[in-house]
Design a binder for this molecule. Structure first.
Ligand SMILES: *Cc1c(COP(=O)(O)O)cnc(C)c1O
Length: 387
């Protein structure tokens, strides 16, 4: 039997009747775009994380572009983000014409280093070429960034804070979700993410009423909002009064219907993911250079279970021979990719990012990984390290 890196079928089997019924009901209803399931899912998503507003959108990348558009971030502006992340985190910045400025990560959590963030903001201000505007923190591999510190720094410097929670949606710090600190939380429902759908999808969450209204407009071609209509006369459908240049980025009704069913078991799945992580931790501690470290008070959703080893190529080849799939997130930090190498780095460069990119390797992780299979994976890793 082959081991899956992420077993989406195991989850499907658990709720396949519910999902099939949900999908069929959308197909039969004919409300394919912005059907009632979208609103229902958005409401449930808000309840789940205690956010005031949740809005679906096309994918996790658009979810990052939308707030940058809402805040008029553009040429001459600096957006601070990590380089040790998926490309989309930085990609959205040049999409709106602004410049990413890369910040190093902490050696234990791999999330944004608040001290380096502060130094980087000060360096950009001192240089005077770019105007600092936004910080994008990432909940890498599922665990929350150090939001209390990052939010304090962002606020003190007058910057907006985006929590890119594509991997960490559902994570908490001291019992609170990232929306408690960030101006906006963005997520992706790409199938392999902890909360995924059966195609592309994404969402934004915020406690800011005005921002939510603006984002709702921007995701539908800049359609008039309630506030826009109040200040002028327009007797037709407000979606034909286009107040700003927006985009087309909606969550599909079918995907929303699927997500309603998946969200219902998500809290249970996060618990299961944490059980799987705890079993790996126990089995691997002392046998690999580092097992994952979660920030104090944090609960990870374990998008990835990532260890550090000295001989990564050797371990990957060994596990491949043993039919255990592994993956490297991320082999090439974004600032080292040709197209992103033109953008500035924080003072001293990104030594931690560079070191970790050589040492990390991710193991099979999903809520339905059976203990016996996991023990087998652990035994194979231990056998490699005994040489
Ligand atoms: C997956 C991911 C995204 C982008 O999500 P898509 O839905 O694929 O556009 C953004 N940021 C991070 C950290 C991701 O892992």
């Amino acid at each position: 039997m082959s081991i899956a890196f992420i077993d989406l079928q195991a989850q499907r089997h658990r709720i396949s009747d519910k999902i099939d019924t949900a999908v069929r009901s959308v197909i039969e209803s004919g409300a394919y775009i912005m059907g009632p399931q979208v609103r229902e899912f958005e409401t449930k998503l808000s309840e789940f994380s205690g956010a005031k507003h949740s809005l679906g959108c096309g994918n996790g990348t658009d979810a990052l572009v939308l707030p940058l558009m809402a805040w008029n971030v553009g040429p001459g502006d600096a957006v601070f983000c990590p380089s040790f992340t998926f490309a989309a985190t930085a990609e959205v910045v040049p999409i709106v014409g602004a410049s990413p400025v890369f910040v190093d990560v902490l050696p234990d959590t791999y999330n944004m280093d608040p001290d380096h963030l502060e130094k980087t903001i000060e360096a950009v201000k001192a240089e005077g070429k770019l105007t600092p505007k936004v910080v994008i923190a990432v909940d890498l591999f599922g665990q929350p960034a150090d939001y209390p510190r990052i939010a304090e720094i962002a606020k003190r410097h007058g910057l907006k804070l985006i929590a890119d929670s594509a991997q960490g949606f559902g994570c908490t710090l001291n019992g609170k979700h990232p929306v408690d600190w960030a101006d906006i939380v963005t997520t992706s429902f790409f199938p392999a993410k902890p909360l995924g759908c059966y195609g592309d999808g994404g969402a934004v969450q915020t406690n800011d009423d005005d921002l939510a209204e603006l984002l709702d407009s921007l995701r539908v071609h800049g359609k008039a909002t309630k506030s826009d209509i109040e200040s002028r006369k327009f007797e037709h459908d407000p979606k034909y009064l286009n107040m700003r240049v927006g985009v087309n980025s909606r969550l599909d009704t079918i995907q929303a219907a699927i997500l309603i069913e998946k969200l219902a078991i998500f809290a249970d799945e996060i618990e299961k993911r944490n059980e799987v992580a705890a079993r790996y931790n126990e089995g691997l501690k002392g046998y690999v250079a580092a097992t994952p470290f979660v920030i104090k008070g944090g609960v990870s959703t374990w998008a990835q279970y990532t260890i550090e080893v000295d001989d990564r190529a050797g371990l990957a080849a060994h596990l491949k021979r043993e039919n255990v799939p592994t993956a490297v997130y991320y082999p090439m930090p974004i600032h080292t990719q040709d197209v992103y190498s033109v953008y500035p780095l924080g003072p001293g460069g990104l030594p931690v990012t560079m070191e970790k990119a050589e040492r990390v390797i991710s193991l099979p992780m999903h809520p339905y990984l059976e203990p016996a299979v996991q023990d087998d994976i652990i035994a194979k890793i231990r056998a490699f390290n005994r040489g």
